[in-house]
Design a protein around this ligand. Sequence first.
Ligand SMILES: [Zn+2]
Ligand SMILES: [Zn+2]
Length: 224
Amino acid sequence: MIIETFVLTPFQQNTRVVACEKTRAAICIDPGEASPEIVDFLRSNNYKLQAIALTHAHLDHIGGVSALHADFPEADILLHEDDEQLYYNLPEQPIFMGIPRSQLKALGLEYEKPPQLTRNWNDGETYTVGHLNFEISHCPGHSPGHVIFIEKSERKIFAGDCLFAGSIGRTDLPGGSYEQLITSINRRILPLGDDFTVYTGHGSDTTIGIEKASNPFLTGAYQL
Ligand SMILES: [Zn+2]
Ligand SMILES: [Zn+2]
């Protein structure tokens, strides 16, 4: 499995290209903003971008969908249905987050409506990229339609903004729920196994074992 990370947007979001080394099939997980580096990386390595695979629809994870799709129009765009409203409201998202309209341009947060989704993720489906098989698991709490991608044979998960090294996703944005997020993590992430590497939406990679042992939101050290 090839994993290339691009840290993008003022939110230091981890956009990733994940590819099968044998077949050159690739997906881009959460393109945060337009990035010529991603296009160069895909083209120069001869990867075939089959999908823009979204964990959820916050602006720092979907801001680059339009630009990437313009370069690779054959790529599918996939998102859980419970985040569709957020997705199509991309131009208004900075306003919901409290950023004044007058500052959008200067901050690079002025968005057009993103392109039509190809289809929705189904909870529990297996999504194949060459020889890689990702289980799609619905983990609401940070956003209503958040999903994670689990590659069991590689012992890797792409967790978006559910779980971070030493922290968890914020739950104060519209549709967020602290209880739901903790339940998602406890039921859908932690039981996978301590040796799983967690690729997070922001910050460094971690493992389930490290987070179980030391993440204050999971050890009980932090209680709301
Ligand atoms: Zn988010
Ligand atoms: Zn994020």
